[in-house]
Design a protein around this ligand. Structure first.
Ligand code: U2P
Length: 289
């Protein structure tokens, strides 16, 4: 016969189990079940175009990449590396792992330059808090990239590597799609330039006619693949899954707000100079401090 004590223990264990596997509210109102999300299908590397993004900037602060005067980014910067499902949905906030900035301290300068926040507001994290843009991306997306990534450092390092290896800004510049506040470019031409370079179809997000974001997609081994599977995007690339019109712009970065103090900019130039990026075979790079 089972004693009352054993019954109580059993009850408590079940209660703890239920609580630890219960639903947690994720960012953007999506409800996810912690620990129960199936493995993702592919990665999307989301890149933002600062020329478009920074036009919306109303406030400046030192953490805002839009506010770096002549050091502001003039190429696509990283938004995030997102594990996605083929049906157009994605997992979010998959573990209880909190972002720890110390884990990426050796990557910090490279992240400031190539993965900057383009706003002054702090970002929501998975567990009800606010934090750095990187904290948001790691907790919301990075934690769902298991088993490809098991830790924060490799998530950020590999994202930088992939970003450098598939240099969208360079491909577009070489095809004649350069930042301009007067030119309009055919969306189909931009998509073709990426397809020719990487043998995969990207997806684009626009704000009006300005390109705001470009997403490159990858299999789990980081070989490029189409962002839209089973769609007519190859035949009807202009209308398929794009928020962009047929002709788009790539706005040039316009200097914002009050220029930051010379000492801030000097400090930044020194930091950036310390980041030496060298490609090793396989696309890995070293960040030397
Ligand atoms: O597109 C608007 C926001 O939805 C999230 N998103 C979109 C596509 C996708 O494949 N995965 C994904 O997470 C992004 O949210 P964020 O990471 O910015 O919180 C995207 O900005």
């Amino acid at each position: 016969m089972v004693s009352l004590r054993t019954k109580m223990n059993l009850f408590l264990e079940i209660l703890i189990l239920l609580m630890s596997s219960c639903c947690v509210p994720a960012i953007n109102g999506r409800i996810v079940e912690a620990g129960k999300q199936r493995e993702f299908d592919y990665f999307a590397l989301a890149l933002q175009w600062p020329g478009t993004f920074c036009r919306k900037t109303r406030h400046c602060c030192s953490s805002n990449g839009c506010c770096r005067g002549s050091n502001a980014p003039t190429e696509f910067t990283i938004h995030g590396l997102w594990p996605d499902y083929n049906d157009g949905t994605w997992p979010a906030c998959c573990t209880g792992s909190n972002f720890d900035v110390k884990e990426i301290s050796t990557l910090r300068d490279a992240l400031e330059k190539y993965w900057p926040s383009l706003s002054c507001s702090s970002s929501s994290t998975c567990h009800g808090g606010k934090g750095l843009f990187w904290a948001h991306e790691w907790e919301k997306h990075g934690t769902c990239s298991f088993p490809v990534f098991r830790d924060e450092y490799s998530y950020f390092l590999t994202t930088l590597n992939v970003y450098f290896k598939y240099n969208v800004t360079k491909v577009l510049n070489e095809a004649g799609y350069v930042p301009s506040n007067s030119e309009k470019y055919p969306l189909g031409g931009i998509i073709s330039a990426i397809q020719n370079a990487f043998q995969a179809t990207p997806s684009l997000i626009c704000s009006g006619d300005a390109v705001q974001e470009l997403r490159l997609c990858f299999y789990k081994d980081f070989k490029p693949r189409d962002c839209v599977i089973g769609s007519s995007i190859q035949n009807d690339m202009v209308t398929a899954k794009s928020s962009c019109p047929k002709y788009v712009s790539l706005p040039a970065y316009a200097s914002l707000g009050k220029p930051l103090s010379p000492s801030f900019l000097l400090g930044r130039r020194c930091m950036i100079a310390k980041v030496s990026i060298s490609y090793l075979q396989g696309g890995y790079f070293d960040v030397q401090n």
